[in-house]
Write a protein of this length. Structure first.
Length: 569
């Protein structure tokens, strides 16, 4: 004010302008606040129905009700991830590759068997009853076949007979490939008799998960919409095993479209207790291998589909590094997570099978050409072994079996290093798999034929495919950028160790390592109170698959859990 009490006009207008600025600023802050808050506001069936019009699809009220909780879970994951800042420099883990396969220029890997010389077995003699060999590992079966004490034809007929006898109980077989198998076995016998021995898989009967194409046979993917599907080619894995001389006896079950153990004709069973399922999705391969119906089998994993059924059925499963084994001729579920690997009776068997199937094929352009440096005489003291300390300290039902493995390693002179896996809510990235799976089966969803699938509950593919339609592209790419950070953290972790040991289902390790592409071997390590097998998992560094397999072999050389098998009636 002036001395006469009048208002200073300049001061007055300044105050008004400042007030307006404050009000406008407050308005925008409130708007931003409500814009952010509204993302967590609950939505209802009508909101979802209206939103579906934006993507040009229409869902029934039943389908919308089924997906509502999943959409809320997705939203929760988005909001939790938004609490973390992403620097602009972070690439997404899924990268564009402009190079397409060119078979004429591709370098095709041929297996080298020099490092896989089988040990002599003193006093090796074929049993009078060939079924006594049903549970023997490949390392033993190969000795009988190479020495011609047992013919591939005889062994093949024995396994086919067992498949026919026990499949009504276990429901692990989709299709017997009997005609093909007997022809392959006869050829193996002729070649071996003439002095041509292809290696330790020559003449060994095996089975494949029925998401791998085999020429002349159905590839059903375990679900009614594809029950009559015939893909007119052999998957690369099948081709490579044929080159190694192996004999394909059966296409084995998988949970529908690689989820669980329920398929077109029912539930695949656990040979240790047929009242239980075998878990999945490599349900048939694990069940058949455990029951002594095949010499070994081939499974696949996207998120636990080798680890879980191998655990349930008490066999050894190996999930290789992502980019190791060609997926040509295999059903695609998640292009950035699918992996193919062996399910066997021992880690050493897994090395034999992996050696035959890994490497570039000129067809799957995600493959990376890296050597497989297997050393069967690896010493435990040469491996730097970590263990996920906080997970072993928790109370869980099979803890005593897991701790016994750690003590066994310490007793052999191993120095175990306590480690901690990257601390990040990994579960929030699970929708990466769902988004890719929904894209892989887009046509199935839009055709309405997903209604033919056996499983129609909330936690089944039909519902997942529908609610994944609402995953924003921005969130999918952002999640893959977080995935890059996880891969970086794992690279730092493996600077100080070669492998680490972890409870098979401890924490978020299973999803974490499937997202980062790390190899893992799961081995049986005892039984639970219900006499069902338990397991422990050994994780290796990227493309250092041999380290994980070596550690698993060392443990199995000093234990006998992998030699135990169920008694079938």
């Amino acid at each position: 004010m002036k001395e006469d009490g009048s208002i200073n006009r300049k001061w007055f207008f300044s105050t008004i302008i400042l007030g307006v600025i404050l009000i406008v600023s407050l308005f925008f802050n409130i708007r931003v606040f409500f814009k952010q808050s509204n993302t967590s506001k609950s939505f209802d069936v009508d909101d979802i129905g209206k939103s579906s019009k934006i993507i040009g699809l229409e869902f029934s009220r039943r389908e919308i009700l089924q997906m509502t909780e999943d959409l809320k879970d997705n939203l929760k994951a988005y909001l939790q991830m938004r609490q973390f800042d992403l620097d602009n420099s972070v690439f997404p883990a899924v990268q564009f590759n402009p190079l397409m396969p060119d078979v004429s220029r591709a370098v095709i890997k041929e297996p080298d068997w020099k490092a896989f010389t089988l040990k002599e077995i003193p006093g090796l003699k074929a049993p009078a009853n060939l079924e006594d060999l049903a549970f023997e590992p490949v390392t033993v079966l190969a000795r009988f076949i190479k020495s011609r004490q047992v013919s591939s034809t005889a062994l093949t007929k024995m396994y086919i007979a067992r498949l026919k006898r026990y499949d009504p109980l276990l429901k692990c077989v989709v299709t017997l490939t009997e005609e093909r198998a007997l022809a392959q076995a006869a050829r193996a016998d002729e070649e071996i008799a003439s002095g041509l021995y292809r290696g330790p898989l020559h003449g060994i009967p095996y089975g494949v998960k029925d998401l791998l194409a085999v020429k002349g046979y159905k590839t059903t993917w375990g679900t009614p919409p594809f029950k009559d599907q015939v893909i007119d080619l052999d998957a690369t894995v099948v081709e490579r095993l044929e080159k190694a001389g192996a004999v394909l006896v059966a296409k084995l079950t998988l949970g529908e479209l690689a989820w669980g153990d329920v398929w077109t004709l029912g539930k695949t069973r656990n040979p240790w207790n047929p009242s239980r399922g075998s878990s999945g999705s490599s349900a048939g391969p694990a069940s058949a291998t455990s029951a002594g119906l095949v010499g070994f089998s081939i499974g696949t994993e996207t998120w636990g589909s080798i680890i879980s059924p191998s655990t349930e059925c008490g066999v050894t499963g190996f999930r290789p590094t992502y980019g190791r084994v060609s997926r040509y001729g295999a059903m695609a579920l998640s292009w950035s997570m699918d992996k193919i690997g062996p399910i066997c009776r021992s880690a050493e068997d897994c090395t034999l099978v992996f050696n035959a199937i890994y490497g570039p094929d000129g067809k799957d352009f995600t493959l990376i050409d890296q050597p497989f440096d297997w050393n069967p005489s690896r010493d435990i003291k040469s491996l730097r072994i970590g263990f996920v300390k906080d997970l072993f300290e928790k109370k869980y039902p099979t803890r005593s079996n897991d701790l016994a493995v750690l003590e066994k390693l310490r007793g052999m002179g191993a120095r175990l290093v306590p480690i901690q896996c990257p601390k990040f809510p990994v579960e929030n990235l699970a929708f990466i798999l769902n988004a890719e799976a929904a894209a892989a089966f887009d046509q199935l969803s839009r055709s309405g034929k997903d209604d033919l699938m056996v499983r129609q509950e909330r936690y089944a593919w039909p519902n997942v495919f529908r609610h994944s339609r609402f995953i924003p592209a921005v969130e999918y790419i952002r999640a893959n950028r977080f995935r890059t950070l996880l891969i970086h953290e794992m690279a730092l972790l493996f600077k100080n160790i070669d492998v680490y040991i972890v409870p098979s289902f401890g924490g978020e390790n299973l999803l974490l390592t499937n997202l980062t592409g790390h190899p893992a071997v799961v081995i049986p390590n005892g039984f639970d109170k219900d006499k069902i097998p338990t397991s422990i998992t050994i994780v290796g560094d990227l493309f250092h698959d041999a380290d994980a397999l070596s550690a698993a072999k060392i443990v199995q050389d000093s234990t006998d859990f992998h030699k135990k098998h169920p008694v079938l009636k």
